[in-house]
Design a protein around this ligand. Structure first.
Ligand code: MG
Length: 273
């Protein structure tokens, strides 16, 4: 049974740092991080979400002492190009497309089969929504994000209807919700949480020496928080529209960085014994 709470009820990971670390029980945390809203502030245009030099340094130093993976709804190549570090793992498309150091590359969710349906839905949505001001249909490799952040409130229902009409005729696709987007994605039982568990196994981290720790801000991160409940640690950044399965919270991207820097020091001390 997954336990969910309001984001405001969660203790701060920084205030309760020693309690949080006690849950490691001597294990090394393996770190999984969302990108937008977690490593960079949310911005109007996705291409403007640039990683700060301080955060890049924090990630690079952390990846020198433990496994670090960025798990994003963005295309894997896109998030790789934003982070620009070669000692991290990258799970793009909500975990459908995964790469890592040493040429590691895998598409464990089986999303390739949905590519024809995504191509078709993309064309239909572009056409249906061209008359709705502010709407934006963004084709990603394994998803179509329909942005309505800049759509007038009384027009959002029209966007929703266009999305529903496409989904009704395409069983290969299903709806996903994010902040101010409708997302059409492969109708496959795969998500960020499964990608995290896949990476734990693939990287040989299920050997009793590691504990997974996931930080994210969005509804799609809830799958990872739910997956980790009981045997890992979930940290929500800020809040979203729903209850959360995370167990701690951080307020901002800056707090995420401070937390990561502290954790890196802790892991270094642990390994120095
Ligand atoms: Mg996010």
């Amino acid at each position: 049974m997954i336990q969910k709470r309001a984001a405001q009820e969660l203790p701060s990971a920084l205030d309760q740092l020693s309690e949080l670390k006690a849950q490691f029980q001597g294990k090394t945390p393996a770190i999984f991080l969302d990108y937008d809203g977690c490593l960079t502030p949310i911005v109007q245009r996705p291409e403007m979400a640039l990683l700060s030099d301080e955060m890049r340094t924090a990630l690079h130093e952390m990846a020198a002492v433990t496994k670090v993976a960025v798990v994003s709804g963005r295309d894997r190549r896109n998030v790789e190009n934003l982070v620009k570090l070669d000692n991290l793992y990258f799970a793009g498309s909500h975990g459908f497309d995964i790469t890592g150091p040493g040429g590691m590359a895998s598409e464990p969710g089986g999303a390739k089969a949905a590519l024809p349906a995504l191509d078709k839905a993309d064309g239909i949505l572009q056409e249906k929504l061209q008359g709705i001001a502010g709407s934006l249909v963004e084709r990603k490799r394994y998803a179509i994000a329909v942005h309505y952040r800049n759509v007038a409130e009384d027009q959002v229902e029209k966007v929703r209807k266009a999305v529903d009409e496409v989904l009704d005729t395409m069983p290969e696709l299903k709806i996903g919700h994010g902040k101010k987007i409708f997302e059409l994605k492969p109708n496959i039982d795969w998500h960020k949480g499964k990608a995290v568990m896949w990476l734990m196994e693939e990287l040989g981290l299920n050997n009793g020496n590691y504990i997974p720790l996931y930080i994210g801000d969005d509804i799609t991160d809830e799958d990872a928080f739910a997956e980790l409940q009981g045997h890992g640690i979930g940290i929500l950044v800020g809040e979203h529209d729903d209850k959360t399965a995370a167990t701690y919270r951080l307020e901002s991207v800056d707090e995420v960085r401070v937390f990561l820097e502290d954790l890196t020091d802790t892991i270094k001390q642990q390994s120095n014994g």
